[in-house]
Design a protein around this ligand. Structure first.
Ligand SMILES: Cc1ncc(COP(=O)(O)O)c(C=O)c1O
Length: 338
C-alpha cells in the first residue's frame, strides 16, 4: 500500500462534491466521464437518495426492479412517486420478466431503477435484459438509475458491465461499501450527465453537504492503481472460499432449500420449504440464536431468507450451525411446503 497522500504540514482541503483527486479517480472507471460527471456522497445510500429526491415528484411513475435493496422503493414513495414493479424471476435464473418490464414502463415513467448485480439475489443481468431495459428507458424518455454497488464482487471474477455510456439519461450509483469492503468510510458516488450532477449536488447541499476529508483521502488511496485491484482480489478470494461453505450447508438440507446460485455479492437468497413465515423465522433466529438474517418479507417475498456468507469461516460456520439448531426444532413441528 502507498503511504497516505498528505502530511501534517500540508493538509488537504475538503470539497462538498468530493476532491478533484477523488472525482478524477472515480471518473477513470467510466469511459467518457470526467470529474464533472461525478458527485461524491456519504455512501451509495446517499447517492440513491439524492438521485430520487432530485427526480421524483408526486404522482411520478417509477418502474422498479424487484426484489431490490428497498431504499429506492421507500424513498420514491416518500416523495409521492407511484411504483410500477417488474420482477426478477427464479424460474428465469433471476432475470427480469421482459413483458412485465415493458408493461411497467409507460410514457409517464420518470425513473427506471435497477440494481445490478442485484441485492438480494446476487444475479447479474444478461446482455439481452440490459438492452431491453435501455430500450424501455429510451422509448419512454425516463431516467435510468443503476445501483452498481456490487460490481467487482463477482464470484467468477468477470466484472459486471456497467450501464454507463449506453443511454444519455443514465445515472450510475456505486461506492466503497460492498465490493471494496470499506463501508465505514461512507464513500459513494453518482456518475451522471452534468446537469443531473448539478441537480443532485444542490440536493446534497441540503443533506450532508459533503464527504469527510479523511474518508475522501482514504478513498483516493483505495482507488489508486494497484490498490484497487488488490482490494477487489481480496473480496473475490473471500467469496470463492466461503461460497462452497454455504453451498455445502444448503446441500446437507436436501429438499429444504432451493437456491439459484448468486453470481455476485456475499449474499445467498434461499427459498425454504417449511410452513413458517420468514419474519417469524428471522425473529426466532435473532431471539434464540443471536443470528441475523433478512426475511423475504422485507422484499415482499415470504418463504425466502437472505443470508450473508462474507464473514470469516469460523464465524460463518457458527452462524449456520445455529440456524440448523432452530431448523431442526421447526421441522419437528411445521409442515413441509412446496
Ligand atoms: C444495493 C445497495 N445499494 C446501496 C446500499 C447502501 O450502501 P452504502 O450506503 O453503505 O454505500 C446497499 C447496502 O446494503 C445496497 O445493498
Amino acid at each position: 500500500m502507498n503511504r497516505l497522500p498528505w502530511n501534517a504540514g500540508n493538509p488537504p482541503t475538503s470539497q462538498s462534491n468530493g476532491t478533484l483527486e477523488l472525482r478524477r479517480a472515480i471518473a477513470r472507471l467510466y469511459p467518457g466521464a470526467d470529474e464533472e460527471n461525478v458527485l461524491v456522497t456519504n455512501g451509495s445510500s446517499e447517492a440513491n437518495f439524492v438521485s430520487v429526491w432530485s427526480l421524483v415528484a408526486p404522482d411520478d411513475e417509477v418502474a422498479l426492479m424487484l426484489p431490490n435493496y428497498m431504499q429506492i422503493w421507500g424513498a420514491a414513495r416518500g416523495f409521492g412517486g407511484r411504483i410500477r414493479p417488474f420482477h426478477l424471476k427464479p424460474e428465469l435464473g433471476w432475470q427480469p420478466d421482459l413483458d412485465e418490464l415493458r408493461r411497467a414502463v409507460t410514457p409517464q415513467t420518470q425513473l427506471i431503477a435497477v440494481c445490478n448485480p442485484n441485492n438480494p439475489t446476487g444475479a447479474v443481468l444478461e446482455p439481452a435484459a440490459m438492452d431491453a431495459i435501455i430500450a424501455a428507458a429510451r422509448a419512454s424518455g425516463a431516467w435510468l438509475l443503476c445501483d452498481e454497488v456490487y460490481q467487482g464482487a463477482e464470484r467468477d471474477g468477470v466484472t459486471t458491465r456497467s450501464f454507463w455510456g449506453q443511454y444519455e439519461k443514465t445515472i450510475i450509483v456505486n461506492g466503497l461499501s460492498k465490493a471494496y469492503a470499506l463501508p465505514g468510510l461512507r464513500i459513494g458516488w453518482i456518475i451522471a450527465p452534468k446537469e443531473q450532477i448539478a441537480r443532485s449536488w444542490m440536493h446534497h447541499d441540503y443533506l450532508t453537504i459533503g464527504p469527510g476529508i479523511v474518508s475522501d483521502q482514504l478513498a483516493c488511496l483505495a482507488l489508486a492503481d494497484g490498490n484497487r485491484e488488490a482490494i477487489l482480489r481480496r473480496t473475490r478470494t473471500i467469496l470463492q472460499k466461503n461460497y462452497p461453505i454455504i453451498e455445502g450447508w444448503i446441500e446437507e438440507h436436501g429438499d429444504l432449500f432451493s437456491l439459484v446460485p448468486p453470481r455476485a455479492g456475499a449474499i445467498a437468497y434461499l427459498k425454504y420449504h417449511l410452513d413458517v413465515n420468514s419474519s417469524e423465522l428471522a425473529e426466532i433466529l435473532r431471539r434464540d440464536q443471536s443470528v441475523l438474517i433478512v426475511p423475504g418479507d422485507q422484499f415482499g417475498m415470504d418463504h425466502y431468507l437472505r443470508i450473508g456468507y462474507g464473514p470469516r469461516e469460523p464465524y460463518l460456520k457458527t452462524g449456520l450451525n445455529r440456524i440448523d439448531a432452530t431448523l431442526k426444532a421447526l421441522t419437528r413441528s411445521r409442515a413441509v411446503v412446496t
